[in-house]
Ligand binder design. Structure first.
Ligand code: VGL
Ligand code: ZN
Length: 203
């Protein structure tokens, strides 16, 4: 392997216990991305890990909305929001990275979804599209022009991260074998269509 390309960054999205089999918001076969992510991390100089990181009582939890059930959609001030089972609560075991993910390779960790009233699927912006995590500026400061994405879930956090990365002017590649989806009513196919139309490369 040659020197890693300093203009490329890997973003490993939400490879956490709660999104893997047995977790609170299980993504089917979610754990299968772990060896792919480990292999990719060894090839990059810049490795960002994101961590879904919600306070108890977060607005995206069905349990915060009396009479609502997980996987229903409601309207919140910033738009529609799918309601989820309680997941990735700050400091809980489910919020930990998958135990086999080689997290020592990370050069930056982004925790998102920390605002009690606003969900954040993307590594760059909260779902209100105004609250920034600072990641785009940080990557630009490092000379990054191209981001490569893997992790969970294809149709939510990978999709939103890919779209925001395109809007921020980065070239974007999603590693197909390194992502898995939740797939609510065809949302994985819809996510790939949306990403392709935005000029995301699928590899
Ligand atoms: C995610 C639903 C809720 C994800 C996070 O990582 O795709 N999905 N929170
Ligand atoms: Zn979440």
């Amino acid at each position: 392997m040659g020197m890693p390309d300093p203009t490329r960054a890997l973003i490993v999205i939400d490879v956490q216990r709660d999104f893997c089999p047995g977790g609170a918001l299980e993504v089917p076969h979610g754990d299968e991305v772990v060896p792919v992510c480990n292999r990719l991390m060894a090839e990059f100089q810049h490795v960002v890990l994101t961590q879904d990181w919600h306070p108890e009582g977060h607005a995206s939890f069905a349990s915060s909305h009396p009479g609502r059930a997980p996987y229903e959609t409601i309207e919140l001030p910033y738009g529609s929001q799918v309601l989820w089972p309680d997941h990735c609560v700050v400091g809980s075991p489910g919020a930990e990275f998958h135990p086999e993910l080689e997290i020592a390779r990370a050069t930056r960790i982004v925790q998102k979804g920390t605002h009690p009233e606003i969900d954040s699927y993307s590594a760059f912006f909260d779902n209100d599209q105004t609250t920034s995590t600072g990641l785009a500026e940080a990557l630009r400061g490092l000379g990054v022009e191209h981001v490569v994405l893997a992790g969970l879930a294809t149709d939510f956090c990978v999709l939103y991260t890919a779209m925001d990365a395109r809007s921020a002017g980065f070239a974007v590649t999603v590693i197909e074998d390194g992502v898995r989806g939740i797939d609510l009513e065809g949302s994985v196919a819809a996510a790939w269509n949306e990403m392709m139309e935005a000029g995301v490369q699928r590899s």
